[in-house]
Design a protein around this ligand. Structure first.
Ligand code: TYD
Length: 227
C-alpha cells in the first residue's frame, strides 16, 4: 500500500482574478497526468456548508455583523474539512480548494475589522490541523479584478454577491492583506500575476504544484520499492 497522504492546494485572491478558471485547468492538467484530484470550493463544498453559503452570499447574515459572519464561515469550513477534505487527503488525493482560511483572514479579519486573535482562534477550530500545503495567491489590481467580475456578471446575468458590492478601496485593502499573508508565510504561499494570459498563468501554476508533488512522488516510489 502506498501511504495515504494527499496534498491540499488552495487558491486565493480578490474578485475577478480568474481563480475558478485556473483551478479547473489545474484539475484537468493533473488528472491527465494520472493524479486523483478533488476539486472543491468555499464557502461550501459539503451539503452543510453549501446551506450556509447561501445565507452568507445572499447577505442574509450581514445585518448581524461581521463576527456572526466570521463564525458562520468557520462553521461551514469545519463541516467541509471534516466531511470532504480530510477524508480525501487520507485517501491520498490532491485536493484543490477555491478559497479557504486566508479568505476569512482577509475578508472578515482585515476588512471586517475583527481582531486577529479572534480570527486565528476560529481558524484553528475550523481547520483542526488541516492546513494547506500550498496556497496560490492570484494577484491583480482591485480595479482590474472588479472590471472583470462586472463583465462576468453582465454576461452571466448574475447580481454581485454580498462581498463583491463593496468599495474599491476595500478591495485594494484585501489585495494588500493577501500579499501580507504571502510575505509572512513564503513557504506555503506563492503570489502569481493574474494579469498575464490565461495560458501563461496555467503553466506557471502547474509548475508550482508539480514541484510540491515531487517529494511526495519520490516517497511513494520508495514505499512501493519496499513492498
Ligand atoms: P464566490 O461566488 O465563490 O466567488 P469568488 O470566489 O469567485 O469571488 O464568492 C465567495 C465570496 O465569499 C467572495 O466574495 C469572498 C467571500 N468569502 C469570505 O468573505 N470569507 C471566506 O472565508 C470565504 C471562503 C469567502
Amino acid at each position: 500500500m502506498l501511504s495515504g497522504t494527499g496534498l491540499l492546494v488552495t487558491f486565493e485572491g480578490g474578485e475577478g482574478a480568474g481563480k475558478s478558471t485556473q483551478i479547473r485547468r489545474l484539475a484537468e492538467a493533473l488528472r491527465s497526468k494520472g493524479y486523483n484530484v478533488l476539486l472543491t470550493r468555499e464557502p461550501g463544498g459539503s451539503p452543510g456548508a453549501e446551506a450556509v453559503r447561501h445565507v452568507l452570499l445572499s447577505g442574509a447574515a450581514e445585518s448581524f455583523g461581521t463576527r456572526m459572519e466570521a463564525i458562520l464561515f468557520a462553521a461551514a469550513r469545519n463541516d467541509h474539512v471534516e466531511e470532504v477534505i480530510r477524508p480525501a487527503l487520507d485517501e491520498g488525493k490532491v485536493v484543490l480548494c477555491d478559497r479557504f482560511m486566508d479568505s476569512s483572514r482577509v475578508y472578515q479579519g482585515v476588512t471586517g475589522n475583527l481582531q486577529p486573535d479572534f480570527i486565528e482562534t476560529l481558524q484553528r477550530v475550523a481547520v483542526d490541523g488541516v492546513v494547506p500545503d500550498c496556497t496560490l495567491i492570484l494577484d491583480l489590481p482591485a480595479r482590474a479584478g472588479l472590471a472583470r467580475a462586472q463583465r462576468r456578471g453582465v454576461a452571466g446575468d448574475v447580481a454581485p454577491d454580498r462581498f463583491e458590492k463593496e468599495e474599491l478601496d476595500t478591495h485594494e485593502k484585501r489585495r494588500e492583506a493577501f500579499l501580507d499573508i504571502a510575505a509572512r508565510e513564503p513557504e506555503r504561499c506563492h503570489v502569481v500575476d493574474a494579469l498575464q494570459t490565461e495560458e501563461a498563468l496555467a503553466t506557471e501554476i502547474l509548475a508550482i504544484v508539480e514541484q510540491r508533488l515531487a517529494p511526495r512522488n519520490t516517497q511513494k516510489m520508495a514505499e512501493a520499492a519496499h513492498e
